[in-house]
Design a protein. Sequence first.
Length: 702
Amino acid sequence: MALIKQIRQRTGLAIGVIAGGLILFLLGGDLLSPNSSLLNSNQNIVGEIAGEEITYEEYVAKVEEFRIAFQQRTGRAPSEVEMFTVREQAWQAMIVDKVFKEEYEKLGLTISPAELVDMVQGKNIVPELRQQLVNPQTGQFDKSQLIQFLQSLETADPAQQAFWAQQEQLFADSRLRIKYDNLLATSEYATSAEAKLEYKSANTIADASILFVPYYAVSDSSVKISDAELQAYLKKNQAKFKTGNSANLEYVSFSIRPSKEDSAEVISRINQLTEQLRTAENDSVFVNRNSDFRPAFYTFRPGDEFPAELTSNVDEMVEGETYGPFVTSSSTYISFKVSDKYNGTPRMSASHILFSTEGMDEAARAQVKIQAEEVLAELKNGGDFALAARQYGQDGTAQNGGDLGWFAKDEFVEAFSNATYARSSTGLIPNLVETEYGYHIIDVTSLPKSEYTKIAVLQLELIASDATRNEAFRNADAFAAESGNRNEFTENATDKGYRILQANNVDAGARNLNNLQNAREIIRWAFAEASQGEVSPVFELDNAYIVTSLVSKKEEGEAKLEDVREQVKGQVMNEKKAEIIKKALDGKATLEEMKAVYPQAASLNEVPDLKLSSSVIPGIGFAPKAVGAIFGISEGKITQPISEDVGVIVGRLNNLTPAAEIGDYTSYQASLTQNAAQRTSYQVMMALQDLANVKDYRYKFF
């Protein structure tokens, strides 16, 4: 809805932006057509959340809400790639709603009507509205626009009123989540004993000598592993290997990228058109008629960036000259003509720091002025303007170092414009500038410029011709028709010299197949339609036709050995190698003697500043057990050999420097409490979702 200037014309855009922001907070093409056979057989369950089945219709309705929000926010329908994100947001929103609703009810958390009114028009207006209702000249929240918008709702059409009601519900949901998160955060507390331990862990330092024997010191061939050992390990460590729905595929790709002939044709055409552009009587008409991209005629104001392909190839742009063709990084050929240069409305650039005085009485304004003058004095003495803007600025430009960009004189209030346009040199204006918004410290970064440039841009995209695409499809279609099963797929590919590519452990919800983008239809076919060994029809992707064969697929649940054999084998082999290494080191009294057992592979390093709080040993890697063991022995002693993921480690403690006692541990206590509070919300959300036992069957439909 129109929240900035033309309210009614911009209704959808602004409120859509708000909705998008709230959706992302709550989470922490067209609707895709369902598989009709599934729906017709009443198998229309797309998932389960907290034991409640989610129907296809329920999910589609939620997706439609998010699709409309996207369209309202951007002013266009989402692409198929963007629809994937829309569907994910809708699904996550359903999880959040069902998981947290019960928690809110248990705790008695609510949003009263009076609280909601305060959130959208009272003293505590939600940030999502404040961010949208910004005066473009000051970068500050403008409540008058909000009042105008709310008044317009009385005569708005029912659809707009309903949409606003939906946004109010989002505001309420957002506030409930904030209350819940704050409740969790404020429940965290670190004791003084924990603070003291944290301090000692961070400041106790060991001087250690560390022997490291990597697992490759023992050859794979010297380790014998039976299937029974693999099965036993998998049974004991099933949680490490629990699988989701996944599939193994093989496929052949038939490229539909431009051929040499296609490239030669485009080059010839761009050269011809560039020559015609040189003598064209009406440049804008010519490029808009012949360029593959619109618009093709631009006016660049002072401060606007010219196309990189032009500035990187041309040192000085001369009026009437044509430049190119050049090749861009996106496989297009581009030429430019500088159609006109003329003097227009001057524009300049500056940065500012605003000390707001809106709504203040004279006494308060005087105090603000004193602060502004103090900051100005610091800047005159060489202070960093951008840093000061981030620290003191009170408008939307503060986070960008106060940068206002390029502007014309009439785009700002008179006092501000007069002060900036009166300058004859760049740099800091020595006095404060007062406007109706407050006191400004201004840094002029560029003096007024008035040269405008009109440029005609001719672009031709290098794409595969119809002949190239047709030839690729004929080959792919013939191959698919001749390959009735996986064996024939392999034989035909080998006979014709086609390369067979593998895609293993493809997730049921994946969008890509290896480096093939937007391959969702292939993956959906594999999970919803195909049986093992079946060969697919031809799928058309952006740059290739694909024919694939389903090698195997596995359902969600406990892993089977055949599915994770290599991963399990690697773990078991490391365990066996660790035992071999430990046995070889047994009886050796010093680290030097131990190193001599594996003179080529082992390393012995000095670590003079190892901290108790560390989990990584420099030069070795993640080794928390070894670090703990080193701090657990007396000076001069060595640890037992310790198995880590990277290899076997033995440490000697040469010297221990305990942390000095301090009188106050409150800073460590506060830090522990704050860190725990920041983690709690996420951890609780993950725990609730886990307890909700979410099951996702959407891959069967989308």
